[in-house]
Design a protein around this ligand. Structure first.
Ligand code: DQA
Length: 150
């Protein structure tokens, strides 16, 4: 079974309450339930965590590097645009990582266009709402267990 660590960054615990016109009405709990459901169907075990603290996210990425984690899905939220520490942690562990954003960060304010994470990620999924996490699981599965027909 593939082991995937799913990390949600700051303020994502407030989904469903926070700026609903941008981020939608689904709570993080609802999103996590959908992630877990698809993961099961694809034979993936998910460990899902959320933190508002940069250091905690870094510590979890480092922990993944010492463990048996096959891939990481991360929505670094605002740390996307500021955190060299998270970028360096991902580079250090060298675990395939998919960056997810609910909104299309490239269509928003200029300060959101730059991602410090993108350069060390396998790829970035941005703008598809909670479905982005489903896309990330499909992408990871295809990356690690390629269906040659595709
Ligand atoms: C976000 C986009 C970030 O710019 C923002 O700071 C977030 C959420 C997204 O999922 O669209 O908190 O990562």
């Amino acid at each position: 079974m593939l082991q995937v660590l799913v990390l949600h960054g700051p303020n994502l615990n407030m989904l469903g309450i926070r700026e609903r016109s941008l981020y939608g009405t689904a709570s993080l709990r609802t999103i996590n339930t959908a992630i877990t459901k698809l993961a099961k169907q694809k034979g993936i075990h998910v460990d899902i965590r959320q933190s508002n603290a940069e250091g905690e996210l870094v510590a979890w990425i480092q922990e993944a590097g010492r463990g048996k984690v096959d891939a990481i899905v991360i929505n670094p939220a605002a740390y996307t645009h500021s955190s060299i520490a998270i970028r360096d942690a991902i580079a250090a562990v060298a675990i395939p990582t998919v960056e997810v954003h609910l909104t299309n960060i490239h269509g928003r304010e200029e300060f959101r266009h730059r991602s410090y994470i993108a350069g060390v990620a396998l790829g970035q999924i941005s703008g598809f709402g909670p479905y982005g996490y489903q896309l990330a699981l499909h992408a990871i599965h295809q990356h690690l267990k390629p269906n040659k027909a595709l």
